[in-house]
Design a binder for this molecule. Structure first.
Ligand code: S3P
Length: 180
């Protein structure tokens, strides 16, 4: 296998499977799984819905940026990030370094099916048109920052297999910052 990147970053909409695929990849590679939402909740001492409710989304985003900065130099890590993190310019540098960034592509329909009613994801609790707008607005950001891997109709194992293949045979070698 080619030299592996120190950090493998997973991005994608809510319900794209970042945490479950991340767990499988980390196990296969002997890497640590870093789940930025979980770290954020630990730091804040509160679950995400409560942070949104009591402090608002801007406070959540500020915490999210702090957490990303705190893991930017981790080694041998698979980093599963929150669905909104790549869409916020303050985090752009994190996603445009030499790290391998994979976009887990999911249709809105499959994302809704996987996430169900979702008390845990305040942004999905909004009306369907708002969620559709959020989804559509983010797709180009995800496509630009990461290599896209389809997830609809595939198990997390199958998605992890494809990422392992791409890590062995990268389709392209992006110079850092090329897509910033
Ligand atoms: C968010 C996605 C969530 C979490 C928060 C906001 C978003 O993470 O960070 O609820 O803006 O898309 P997941 O993508 O892991 O669900």
């Amino acid at each position: 296998m080619k030299t592996l990147p120190q950090r493998i970053i997973l991005i994608g909409f809510m319900g794209s499977g970042k945490s479950s695929v991340g767990r499988i990849l980390a196990d296969r590679l002997g890497y640590e799984l870093v789940d930025t939402d979980a770290l954020l909740e630990e730091r804040a001492g509160a679950p995400i819905p409560r942070i949104f409710r009591e402090q608002g989304e801007p406070a959540f985003r500020a915490l999210e940026s702090e957490v990303l900065a705190s893991v930017a130099d981790r080694t041998r890590s698979v980093i599963a990030t929150g669905g909104g993190a790549p869409a916020h310019p303050a985090n752009r540098e994190f996603f445009t370094r030499e790290d391998a960034v994979f976009h887990l592509r999911v249709s809105l329909k499959a994302a809704r099916e996987r996430t169900g009613e979702n008390a845990d994801r305040p942004l999905l609790a909004q009306d369907p048109e708002t969620v559709r707008g959020l989804y559509q607005g983010r797709q180009s950001v995800y496509e630009k920052l990461g290599q896209s891997v389809d997830t609809d109709g595939r198990t997390p194992d199958a998605v992890a297999d494809e990422i392992m293949r791409l890590l062995r045979n990268p389709r392209r070698n992006r110079p850092p910052g090329e897509n910033a």
